[in-house]
Design a protein around this ligand. Structure first.
Ligand SMILES: [Zn+2]
Ligand SMILES: [Zn+2]
Length: 399
């Protein structure tokens, strides 16, 4: 992962005026099994060799048993907490069990899994003050290389932005290629989302003076386009394209880490996603993060289209070229949703289907500045919503 190596574990002064530093020692993938020596040298030397491994039973055969063997072969004393629920949620019970296991005899925590397990490892390691490493089992989301964890408390999803970074992130190409299709789609959806988060960042720079980093924006622009152009290979699980997706998701995490902010990877499309995920949770349902991000990207794109192709307001003229550089035509976004298997139909993603209500809720004052705040502040929200609803109706599932 050569594009990653230059960005971790070294401070560099960027042309944006900030010094960027990502405190992750190593990020690596292997075509074969992870070798026992991989875990040497990534933790501080004073740390002992007793590890608590957190994992989900769903990855037992493809990953858990292999990583446990690797650690034991490497001389680690190992305690394994394998969650056996149908669907693991990082609720009080899961966090409590992991904290109870992470007693004084445990030196480090190794999380083996996807977004949920690795968030659990990140959160628990932070709370008990122990270093940790991640072994990814699917290219499903962009938070692996971050210090952010989602935990559920009293049935509500809460985001903790003050967690530790992993000392290392490892994965095996074979495991990533064998991940369930909906998780690979989710990762693709998260990267498609950069077609909305980047223009939203430009909008905020222009209208609020928010700091911008050209280097990070270019990194996300390029990574997102590599995934979009490689969708056929991602769908067929080709090694090269699954590697591209994995690397892009890791680079997105590093982008957040470099700026200590989710801004480069999360704009209006993620606000829509969070709204859809919470609406589903309220109804006792589960919807995919990345799929809702992708569908949110379609809505954001339509709102931009209303502005740039229809209204063409004078105050957007200085940045319209830059916005268009990041945006894709809505028809292309819709085609990508269908081609990736995510689907472009409202009913798949938003429980209750009230798109207008969702757009209004996400454009309320106090939310991060995006195209939504611009539309609300300039009095164009209602008309842009009507435009988006009509367009979504035309697009439907058959895009
Ligand atoms: Zn995301
Ligand atoms: Zn910078």
């Amino acid at each position: 992962m050569t594009r990653i190596d230059g960005l971790i574990n070294r401070e560099f002064l960027c042309e944006c005026g900030r010094a960027h530093f990502v405190p992750i020692q190593e990020i690596r993938s292997w075509d074969g099994p992870i070798p026992p020596v991989a875990f040497d040298g990534i933790f501080p030397e004073t740390i002992g060799r007793s590890a608590l491994m957190l994992c989900d039973a769903h990855t037992k055969e493809c990953a858990n048993d292999g990583v446990a063997k690797t650690l034991r072969d490497g001389g680690w004393k190992l305690k394994v907490r394998e969650f056996v629920r149908d669907r693991l949620v990082n609720d009080e019970a899961a966090v409590g069990a992991a904290v109870l296991d992470a007693d004084s005899g445990v030196d480090v925590i190794i999380a083996v899994g996807g977004g949920t397990v690795t968030d659990l490892g990140r959160f628990v390691a932070s709370r008990v003050g122990k270093p940790f490493a991640l072994v990814m089992t699917c290219p499903s989301m962009d938070g692996y290389a971050s210090n952010i964890a989602a935990v559920s408390i009293d049935g509500r999803r809460r985001i903790f932005k003050d967690c530790r970074y992993p000392e290392a992130i490892f994965c095996e190409t074979r495991v990533m290629r064998g991940a369930p299709p909906d998780l690979i789609r989710s990762g693709f959806g998260d990267m498609l989302g950069k077609r909305a988060s980047l223009p939203d960042w430009v909008m905020s720079r222009h209208f609020t003076g928010e700091r911008f980093c050209k280097r990070v924006a270019a990194l996300m622009d390029e990574s997102s386009m590599r995934c979009i152009n490689g969708l056929d290979g991602i769908n067929s699980r080709a090694a090269a394209e699954i590697g591209t997706l994995t690397e892009a998701l890791l680079l997105a995490g590093l982008s957040m880490a470099m700026l200590n902010d989710t801004r480069p990877v999360s704009g209006s499309e993620h606000m829509f996603s969070h709204f859809m995920v919470e609406s589903a949770m309220d109804a006792g349902l589960n919807v995919s993060h990345g799929a809702t991000v992708a569908f949110g990207t379609l809505i954001s794109t339509l709102l931009y289209e209303y502005l740039l192709d229809g209204l063409e307001p004078a105050d957007l003229a200085p940045i319209s070229g830059e916005l268009r550089k990041y945006l894709l035509p809505s028809r292309r976004v819709a085609d990508l949703l269908v081609a990736s298997g995510i689907g472009a139909g409202v009913q798949r993603h938003l429980y209750g289907g009230d798109i207008a209500g969702m757009i209004r809720a996400c454009s309320s004052p106090g939310k991060r500045y995006t195209v939504l705040r611009y539309l609300a502040d300039s009095g164009h929200l209602d008309r842009s919503i009507r435009y988006a609803l009509n367009a979504l109706e035309e697009i439907g599932e058959g895009a």
